[in-house]
Design a protein. Structure first.
Length: 246
């Protein structure tokens, strides 16, 4: 049976859940959760404690979880971050793209889903693809936008990494490769069984920089850059961005 999802858009309850009147409470929730994480309390128990304290919905809890960070992890990420528009050019680097991370968030930006700025200044969505990726109407426009930005930044060597265990990764790989061939972009697309691990390992190579907002990757990679936030904030003025930094 064909799937019914056409957009990577907002949940029907999101406009109420992330209305302006709730932002201050959500920011305080992020602050409280980050404090608990910094004290090494259990992430699961901490999220429940803070979520219950502020009477948060499931999607509000997902949002504050994505935006929070313990102090040590936050320092690690910031120490290894490379500026996409300045430092990256100086390094003449190969860009290793965390494929689903960048693509889905860009799709969300184009389709009006909420995106959340966390303490590490990364933009994250709360979309869920579970174990199957579904192409939506924003997929090709998102890929074209990513390619346009990369071209304007004069980054010539690109490696896309996709999670092989996610269904339809092969189809997405073909879509990306065909677009790259049409546009004459020097893109290599690789399917990996352990994508996150492979991305981190590639970051250890000389002049390789990872484009990801995934928390585990940005903590463990040797060098990473916040390409997603740069694209959305610079090229998608209509994006729904919720700043959860206090």
């Amino acid at each position: 049976m064909p799937h019914s999802q056409k957009h990577r858009g907002a949940n029907p309850k999101d406009h109420a859940a992330f209305a302006t009147k709730h932002i201050e409470n959500l920011q305080q929730a992020v602050s409280d959760l980050s404090w608990l994480l910094s004290k090494e309390y259990s992430p699961k128990a901490s999220l429940k404690l803070v979520g219950d304290k502020f009477y948060l919905t499931d999607r509000q809890r997902k949002a504050i979880q994505s935006a929070s960070s313990d102090e040590q992890s936050l320092r690690l990420r910031k120490d290894k971050e490379i500026s996409i528009d300045d430092d990256f050019k100086k390094l003449n680097s190969t860009l290793v793209i965390d494929g689903y991370n960048l693509l889905i968030t860009t799709e969300c930006a184009l389709s009006g889903a909420p995106l959340f700025i966390g303490l590490d200044d990364c933009l994250r969505d709360i979309a869920s693809i579970h174990s199957t990726y579904r192409k939506v109407e924003e997929t090709l426009p998102a890929l074209e936008l990513i390619g346009k930005v990369i071209e304007e930044l004069e980054i010539n060597d690109i490696i896309w990494i996709l999670d092989a265990p996610i269904s339809n990764s092969g189809r997405l790989k073909k879509i990306i490769e065909e677009l790259a061939e049409e546009k004459q972009w020097n893109w290599k697309v690789v399917l990996e069984k352990q994508a996150d691990k492979s991305i981190v390992e590639l970051s250890e190579k000389e002049n390789h920089v990872v484009a990801s907002c995934d928390a585990w990757i940005t903590i463990n990679a040797s060098r990473w850059t916040n390409l997603c936030s740069f694209i959305v904030e610079s090229y998608v003025p209509s994006a729904w961005i919720v700043d959860l930094r206090k």
